[in-house]
Ligand binder design. Sequence first.
Ligand SMILES: *[C@@H]1O[C@H](CO)[C@@H](O)[C@H](O)[C@H]1NC(C)=O
Ligand SMILES: *[C@@H]1O[C@H](CO)[C@@H](O)[C@H](O)[C@H]1NC(C)=O
Ligand SMILES: *[C@@H]1O[C@H](CO)[C@@H](O)[C@H](O)[C@H]1NC(C)=O
Length: 457
Amino acid sequence: MMYYCGICTVIIQLISLIEASVITFPFYQEEHNRNLVKTVDMTVGGNFDDGYYVSVNIGTPPQKVSLLIDTGSSNLGIAASAALHVRSYFQLNKSETFHLEGKSLKVSYLQGQWEGMLGSDLISIPGSPSITTHCNIACILSSNKIFSKDSDWQGLLGLAYPVLAKPDSSVTPYFDALVAEEKVKNIFSIILCEKPQHTNGKQSQGKLVLGGVQDYLHTGEILYTRIHKEWFYEVILTNMSIGSKYWASSCTELNNDKTIIDTGTSALYLPQKVFSWVKQSLQKSNVLQNQLTEEFWEATEDVCIQKGRSVSEYFHKIVMSFDETMNSRVSLVVPPELYLLKSPKTMPGIDCYKLGISSSQAGTVIGAIILKGFYIIFDRENRRIGFANSTCTDTVAAVIQTMNLHLDPSVCAYNSKEKSELTLLFITYIILAVFLSCTIPMLMMLAQWTWHYIIRK
Ligand SMILES: *[C@@H]1O[C@H](CO)[C@@H](O)[C@H](O)[C@H]1NC(C)=O
Ligand SMILES: *[C@@H]1O[C@H](CO)[C@@H](O)[C@H](O)[C@H]1NC(C)=O
Ligand SMILES: *[C@@H]1O[C@H](CO)[C@@H](O)[C@H](O)[C@H]1NC(C)=O
C-alpha cells in the first residue's frame, strides 16, 4: 500500500513537474525580473529567552551588527552609542557612506523605549553582496529596557508595514526598500527553531528567508489566512478550542482590539475575557490544582511535575482557528510543550515550567512562544499569512485544516471605532426623530393658540 502510493506520488510529481515547466517557461522572458535574486536565506541566531536575531553589515567599511527580528514594528534601529548591556555598537563616524538626516525620534513599546536620530547608510547581507541597499537607519542614542544582559543583538529589524514607521510613514522600512529596488519578491518567511535541550539548548538554527519560501523548512502543505489590515500583520481569529470546550461567546472578543503576528513579542497575549476562559479550561484534571495559584497564572511562579513525565498529561492543547482566504482554512494546534516554558532551575526529581500566556489590554499578540513551533510565511504580495509544519521543532505543534466554520469570518473582526461612530450616528437620528415628532404637534398647537387668542381678538 505504501509503496503503491509512493509510486503514484512520484508519477504525480513527474506530471506536475512537466506541467510546471511548460506553464512557467514564458515567464523567464520577462525583462525586469532579470536581476531579481531568488531568495536570500539568513541564519537566525539567539533563542527564545533572549530574542531571535539576524546579522547584517552596515556602512563602509562594513560593520557587523545583529538585529532582533521584529514583525511588530517597522524601523531599522541600531545602537549607536555605548549603553548598558550593549557590547558593541554602530560607530557612525567610521562609516563613509553614513548620512545624518537630523530628525530625532522616540519609540515606546509596551515595555521599554528608545530615542535616537534618523540617518541612512548601506546595508548588506553577509554572503549576498548583490542585495546591498541604501536604507533608513534609526540610530539609538539612549534606551530603557530594550537591550538585556544576555541579548546578543544591537538593534531591531522592523519588518512590519510603513504606516508603523517612526517618526512617520515617509521612513521606508528595510524590507520595503529591498522590494522597491526589485532585489527580492514581496514575501518573506521565518522559522524560529526550537532545538531540543540536549543539543546544547541555547543555539537555534532558524532562518529568515527574504523573497520567498524554502521547501526544506516545512513538511506538508502551507495553509493561509488573510491579512486583515496592513500595519502590524493583523489577522482574524475565528475560533479557539481547548480540550472539548470551545469559545462560545462572540468571536469578536477573540480579536479585541486586534490580533497580530509578532516575532518581537515573547509571550502569547490574550484579551482579558479570553484569558480568563483559557485559565479555566487549560487543566486536564485536578491533579495540579494546588499548584495552579494566581502566581502561576501571572507567570511569576512555576508549576512542577515529576521528572520524565510530559506536561501534556496535565494540560490541554489550544487550537486557534483563523479567517479563511481562497478556500484555505488554517488552525494552529498549540501543545502545552509550546506554551509552557521549562524553567532553568534544576531540582532533583522534578521539572518546573512557567506559563507563556498572559492577559493583555492590547489585543491578541501571537508572539515567539507560539511562532517558534511553525514555519510562517509573510506573503505580502498576496496579502496573506501562511503557516506550515516546521522541520525544526521537537514538539507536536501542528498546522491543520479548519473544519466546519459556519459563520462569515469577517464578523469576527473587531472594529471599535467604526462601531461606536455608527452607534452615535444612530442615536443622533433617534433624537432628531423624537424632537421632530414632539415639536411638530407643539408648533401646530402654538399656531392654533395664536390664531384663537391673538389674531381673532
Ligand atoms: C567617533 O565618535 C566617538 C564618540 O562618539 C569618538 O570616541 C571616536 O573617537 C570617534 N571616532 C572617529 C574615527 O572619529
Ligand atoms: C502537520 O502535521 C500534523 C501531525 O503530524 C498532520 O496531522 C497535519 O496534517 C500536518 N499539516 C499539514 C498542513 O500538512
Ligand atoms: C469552534 O470549534 C468547535 C470545535 O471544533 C466547533 O464545534 C464549533 O462549531 C466552532 N465554532 C464555529 C463558530 O465555527
